[in-house]
Design a protein. Structure first.
Lengths: 686, 315
């Protein structure tokens, strides 16, 4: 095999800023070759981003680096600043996570794309503008000559990230490091960006390191995978091997804790416990406190296992009992298997819905000028109707800006409805006066996305959970301190934690506290707004299982708002898909995911990366062009028509009705609704 | 943009109206009046009545305000009760001196403050940062009258380079004389304000240096001077421009203590004299003028914002 472009040996990185040395990366080895995509996957604190910064010499001054990093034969760990600077932009290009913050807001895009090359003296400033336009054209920015003079805020998220790709490729580097390049993007935009990245990589023959927490993205794009945990690579191998025959209990756990969009409906098997914090790294194998196969054997806590070859060529696992990992019953700690579909599924259809939303509209005025005259309207929610019964979960999905959170808030009465009605348990609660609404809210509670921002940091978690009881004057009536302790145990926390503050809890535990607070008043409906989006995969599975258990025990109704279609498939009974303020398709889960009829649903589902590398060559993907339009200026007729692969002339003229489709539970709003057939795909897929 | 500026200027009118009403009310709320200071301690009631009548102070307060307001709308701010000169004339006499000192002091502040801020933001925690932070604390902590006196002792008494009492000489008439007269008050105020400038800009630079786009700029291989000079500086200037504008407005509005130390003929001393003698029309005039300066300066800052940050659009 040819000489690798990048060769990392025994890399150690520790941060000394806090007075003592905190290890972030602890002795890792890997190579990357030309024309190869190496995926590095890991949860927060695994050391994956620190590795990428070490390769580019961008670590802060408090970092201590040892070991060897050779890029094209040059040793990086000992290189002086000037050598490192010359290397960056010439030999290595970097793509970062969030394109809204990685571009400088006050400089034109074209200049930002090319300025590295100007600084390296590889292009004169006269030719730079023209070259910037060419680079933008290569990443499919429409009208690049005009766009080069614009600023980042005038670009959509997907266009910004493509501009960042153009920037990273501007020096034709031999190595590209992409650190969570699509995490901040919507799924249809992620598909666009990944396809541009893959094409540019293939054209240039560069080596790519793709760092992500998303196993689906890895399975779609990477050739080889390195799984990181606690600052070490715990398993590495060809992507097909890793997904088909994982040989490290962590990798196995990660794959089993992942909700799948492609069917598998078993209960998730979370990895117990939390990922370790670098400052409190367990001894020996960092995974041993969470490991289902170690069974407290002393060697696991005493000795860090080395990566040893297992199975196929290039496949290695750092586990003392890798052979057992393959065969052992890793589900030893699996809870009693329970029927996944809650009893609610068998509910009599005659039962009236707990929540009925009819033609709900929430419009926001756009005001301008001296007298704040209304000059336009943002139709954030524009005619949404849905029903939800006790014990049932309705998933509400859509990309950013589709109005799903606005819908949820309007149902709670946190936003004023412009029109339509919301009824809870038969009572019309649309725009109720504040005091009346408060009484209704006892029965409907809201769970927020960000478990860090939604808990008051200066109150104990016991107080936080008790607060709804105090607000409603029910603290003593509902059992006082005893009730709070029960709630803690209900969500899997210990009652000894009552007096601690939120900062002492991890993200997953905080979300449990949020759930306990929501359950304090014994509500009948929970509105969950992206409840697991901020959590690591292994923790996400714990919270999803908890929500499912609670629903079964308490017969709760869930309105589950999320952008992650895999999570929604896993938890929902029925799913509604929103686009620009309207529901475009609604159906029982299986019908929606297996027989979608609306072209938007079809594109959305095809864009979701599936953690199954074996199927990637077979999958046809619809890559939607363009971006989600502004709800202030929705397109005429069907709002989806400018991006739709089935659109005809009627679509621009007439808004399609939301009607039942033959042969199932599906209703959708499309003039050309129907199953995806091969001829359509041939035209739309790329 | 032009439309925006015109609208902002129109918004100034109700502000000035409310302010004038407020000032008028405030003046009448405090005891004492202009008559006593005009007629002297030994005046008989006859004299007092005569002066009160001549000044129109025997009319109801609202009538007085109305009379003042209607003539103010025609550009006539009335006459000073003491100097018996038009208020506008008195203010305009002081404006060039005040402007010259204000701009010079701000310039000194920027020249001293910006390099200090950059050096200490690039090497936070280093000896240079600690030294410079100490210096900016000193600049803020030393009272201006004390620094002014020290400067006078050094440059006027010891070295005899500069006049101890600063008169106003326009830069356009005699640059050298203007410099000799403005140098010490400008240095006094400039030193003080450089401490504020340095702290603001340092904080703003430090937070910008943590931004993601800085990492992007470095990952392109830009040299550090371009990272700071082209990327960080422009973003850090946004909040900084606000504080510079405010301080400049503050100086133009008058700097009472410094003007007193150097007997500089600025607006601050005029206002203090007016308040001391209850010269109502002059107080009104001075405060309205200062208000206009503040509003104009804010407008200037907002316009600069749009120039620095392309995300800001004024329509």
């Amino acid at each position: 095999m040819a000489e690798p472009i990048l060769s990392v040996r025994g890399l150690d990185v520790a941060f000394t800023g806090s007075g003592r040395s905190v290890p972030a990366v602890r002795g890792i080895d890997f190579d990357v070759h030309a024309n190869e995509v190496l995926g590095i996957v890991g949860e927060s604190g695994s050391g994956k981003s620190v590795t990428s910064l070490a390769i580019t010499g961008l670590l802060p001054a408090t970092a201590r680096v040892s070991g060897s990093i050779r890029l094209g034969g040059v040793e990086i760990t000992t290189a002086d600043r000037e050598t490192l600077r010359r290397m960056r932009g010439n030999d290595v290009g970097m793509i970062f996570q969030d394109p809204t913050t990685t571009l400088n807001p006050v400089l034109p895009i074209g200049r930002q794309v090319i300025e590295g090359q100007v600084a390296h003296g590889r292009i004169g400033s006269a030719a730079a503008a023209g070259r910037a336009i060419d680079l933008l054209r290569e990443v499919e920015i429409p009208d690049p000559a005009a766009r080069a003079g614009q600023f980042p805020h005038q670009f959509s998220g997907g266009m910004r990230q493509r501009a960042v790709i153009a920037m990273a490729m501007s020096g034709q580097p031999r190595l590209i490091i992409a650190d969570e390049p699509t995490t901040a993007l919507d799924v249809t935009v992620q598909a666009q960006v990944l396809s541009v990245l893959a094409r540019r990589q293939a054209e240039s023959g560069a080596a790519v390191i793709l760092i992500t927490h998303d196993l689906g993205v890895i399975a779609e794009v990477a050739h080889r995978v390195a799984v990181m945990y606690g600052g070490r690579i715990v398993e590495t191998g060809r992507v097909e091997e890793i997904f088909a025959r994982p040989r490290h209990p962590y990798t196995i756990g990660l794959l089993r804790s992942l909700p799948r969009i492609d069917g598998a409906e078993e209960r998730l098997v979370p990895i117990s416990g939390q990922p370790p914090a670098p400052a409190r790294m367990p001894s020996g194998c960092a995974f041993h406190p969470r490991c289902p196969i170690g069974r407290d054997r002393p060697i696991c806590a005493a000795e860090a296992p080395a990566l040893v070859a297992v199975g196929a060529e290039g496949h290695a696992s750092a586990c003392h009992f890798a052979a057992e990992a393959e065969t052992a019953d890793t589900s030893a700690r699996r809870p009693e298997p329970r029927p996944l579909t809650p009893e609610g599924a068998a509910k009599p259809a005659a039962e009236p819905p707990l929540l009925r939303v009819d033609d709900l509209r929430v419009h926001f005025p756009i005001r301008a000028g001296l007298l704040r005259r209304q000059v336009g309207t943002v139709r954030a929610v524009d005619g949404v109707s849905l029903d939800l019964r006790a014990g049932e979960t309705l998933g509400l999905v859509g990309e950013s800006g589709c109005g799903k959170t606005t819908t949820a808030r309007a149902i709670m009465g946190l936003l004023r409805a412009t029109g339509g009605s919301v009824a809870f348990d038969g009572q019309d609660i649309t725009n109720l006066p504040r005091a009346d609404m408060r009484r209704v809210r006892r029965n409907m509670q809201y769970i927020f996305q960000d478990p860090y921002a939604s808990l008051n940091p200066v109150r104990t978690v016991g107080d936080i959970v008790a607060e709804p009881l105090h607000i409603h004057g029910l603290f003593d009536q509902m059992g006082g301190e005893k009730r709070i302790a029960e709630l803690f145990e209900l969500v899997g926390l210990s009652r000894t934690m009552l007096d601690r503050f939120p900062s002492e809890f991890s993200g997953g535990q905080r979300q449990r506290i949020g759930i306990a607070r929501a359950l304090a008043l014994q509500p009948r409906l929970l509105i969950l707004d992206e409840p697991v989006a901020a959590l690591d995969v292994s923790i996400q599975a714990q919270v999803i299982n908890l929500l499912q258990d609670l629903q079964r025990e308490l017969r709760l109704a869930y309105l589950f708002v999320a952008h992650d279609l895999s999570v929604v498939r896993h938890i929902s009974d029925r799913v509604a898909v929103m686009y620009l303020g309207r529901i475009v398709e609604e159906s029982a889960k299986t019908d929606l995911y297996e027989r979608p009829t609306h072209p938007y649903t079809q594109s959305l589902l095809s864009a979701v990366p599936v953690p199954d590398p074996a199927s990637r060559s077979r999958r046809k993907r619809i890559v939607l062009q363009g971006d989600i339009p502004s709800p202030a200026r929705p397109p005429s007729g069907c709002a989806f028509h400018p991006r739709c692969f089935r659109a005809t002339e009627i679509c621009a003229r007439e808004r399609p009705a939301f009607v039942a489709q033959p042969g199932g539970t599906t209703r959708s709003a499309c003039h050309h609704a129907g199953p995806l057939d091969a001829s359509i795909l041939a035209g739309a897929a790329r | 943009m032009t439309g925006y500026i015109v609208r902002r200027l129109l918004q100034l009118l109700p502000v000035l109206l409310l302010a004038s009403l407020g000032i008028w009310a405030m003046i009448y709320a405090v005891p004492g009046g202009p008559v006593a200071s005009i007629v002297g301690e030994n005046a008989n009631p006859e004299q007092i009545r005569e002066v009160t009548q001549r000044l129109g102070l025997d009319r109801p307060v609202l009538v007085q305000y109305w009379a003042w307001l209607t003539s103010a709308l025609t550009g006539d701010l009335g006459a000073s009760l003491h100097a018996r000169e038009p208020v506008l004339h008195l203010i305009m006499q002081r404006v060039p001196a005040t402007l010259q000192l204000g701009f010079c002091a701000t310039l000194v502040g920027l020249l001293l403050g910006i390099p200090v801020a950059i050096a200490s933001a690039i090497w936070p925690g280093s000896w240079i940062d600690r030294t410079l932070s100490g210096w900016s604390a000193l600049a803020l902590g030393v009272p201006t009258f004390w620094l002014g006196i020290l400067l006078i002792l050094l440059f006027s008494v010891e070295l005899r380079w500069l006049p101890s009492a600063s008169a106003y000489v326009s830069f356009f008439d005699s640059p050298l004389q203007a410099l000799r007269n403005t140098a010490m008050p400008a240095l006094t105020l400039g030193t003080y304000v450089s401490g504020i400038f340095a702290r603001f800009l340092r904080a703003s630079l430090l937070s910008e240096l943590k931004a993601d786009y800085v990492r992007t700029a470095r990952s392109k291989g830009l040299p550090e001077r371009d990272v700071v000079g082209r990327h960080v500086m422009r973003n850090a200037l946004l909040p900084f421009v606000t504080i510079v504008g405010l301080m400049l407005a503050n100086f133009i509005g008058g700097t009472v203590v410094t003007e007193a130390v150097f007997t500089y003929p600025g607006l601050g001393r005029l206002l203090i004299q007016a308040i001391g003698s209850r010269d109502y029309p002059l107080i009104q005039g001075c405060i309205l003028f200062i208000l206009v300066i503040y509003v104009l300066m804010n407008l200037l800052v907002d316009v600069l914002y749009a120039y620095i940050d392309p995300r800001i659009e004024y329509r």
